[in-house]
Design a protein around this ligand. Structure first.
Ligand SMILES: [Zn+2]
Length: 291
């Protein structure tokens, strides 16, 4: 069979099955495939661009997590919601630890890091994109470091490590998780936010679901697959939280891709949140505690 050589990038299993074709609606219009691993429940993008080439797939002013542009309804909504969610993230981190040493991996333009620094945290941020690092420096006076420095930081240096919509982009998944584990002190927390393809909005939009975001998203996690990936490194999954606004944001983009209406997006976002329960939110926050 065609996919004989494809191994699951999370657990290494050969038990992978084709799920669907997905187009890069956002930029290249290229088509990629999704496969599902029946050993660990991960869905992943195949083929994935070489790591050295992935930067080409981010080259757009519309990639909102890397820019502060306020053009367009979707971007305006995104920026409005961001200030609310930043407050929520601060509250969440404070409730999880008394420690103050924080590492944010994939810090983007540094908004989260700025809030944490302003509230008494020793916050360090890593970001692969040079343009984003420059924006952070120019707009907030926040100095972000290159992502390569992840492997230069000392063991047991942090009480909390955050990855807000980042893990789905990470090429060397197991190697980086190994290092992240070493960086966190005992009883420290690892906070991972990722899209959830088991959500109701994902089911409705299918291959047009904007959070597949191929090939930038290499993995598409379910609650089961992220637990199976992270816990063996020495964590226990303490809590899962919904990201309510993501259902609306992702639905708006998905409707844009399929030529639908904003009203339909609002309805879908609302319905998805209503059906989400503990583990079917459009995007979820997973709180892992280091043993
Ligand atoms: Zn697997």
């Amino acid at each position: 069979v065609e996919h004989k050589d494809i191994l699951c990038p999370s657990c290494g299993s050969e038990l992978v099955d084709f799920v669907m074709d997905v187009t890069d609606h956002f930029l290249s219009k290229e088509q990629f495939k999704l496969y599902h691993c029946s050993s660990c429940d991960l869905v992943f993008t195949w083929p994935r661009p070489e790591e050295a080439r992935i930067g080409d797939y981010y080259k757009s002013e519309d990639y909102v997590s890397h820019s502060s542009t306020k053009k367009g309804l979707v971007n305006r909504a995104y920026n409005f919601v961001r200030s609310y969610t930043l407050k929520r993230k601060l509250k969440l981190v404070k409730a999880l630890t008394d420690g103050r040493d924080l590492l944010d991996i994939g810090a983007g333009t540094g908004h989260f890091l700025k809030v944490m620094s302003d509230n008494g945290f020793n916050a360090l941020g890593l970001e692969p994109d040079e343009d984003a690092r420059n924006v952070a420096s120019r707009e907030s006076g926040i100095v972000l470091r290159r992502i390569q420095e992840l492997h230069e930081l000392g063991d047991s240096s942090f009480d909390v490590v955050t990855m807000w919509h980042v893990l789905e982009h990470v090429y060397n998944l197991r190697k980086d998780l190994q290092q992240i584990t070493a960086l966190i002190r005992k009883d420290g927390v690892l906070i991972i936010a990722v899209p959830n393809h088991t959500s109701k909005d994902a089911g409705k939009y299918g291959s047009n679901w904007a959070a597949y975001d191929v090939p930038r998203h290499l993995y598409h996690f379910s609650p089961a697959s992220i637990k199976k990936l992270v816990e063996p490194f020495g964590f226990s999954l303490e809590k899962q939280l919904p990201m309510t606004f993501d259902a609306y944001y992702v639905s708006m983009l998905s409707e844009k891709y399929r030529g639908g209406s904003m009203l339909s997006a609002l309805k879908t976002g609302w319905a998805s949140n209503r059906a989400a329960g503990a583990d079917r939110s459009s995007s979820q926050i997973y709180i892992f505690r280091k043993k």
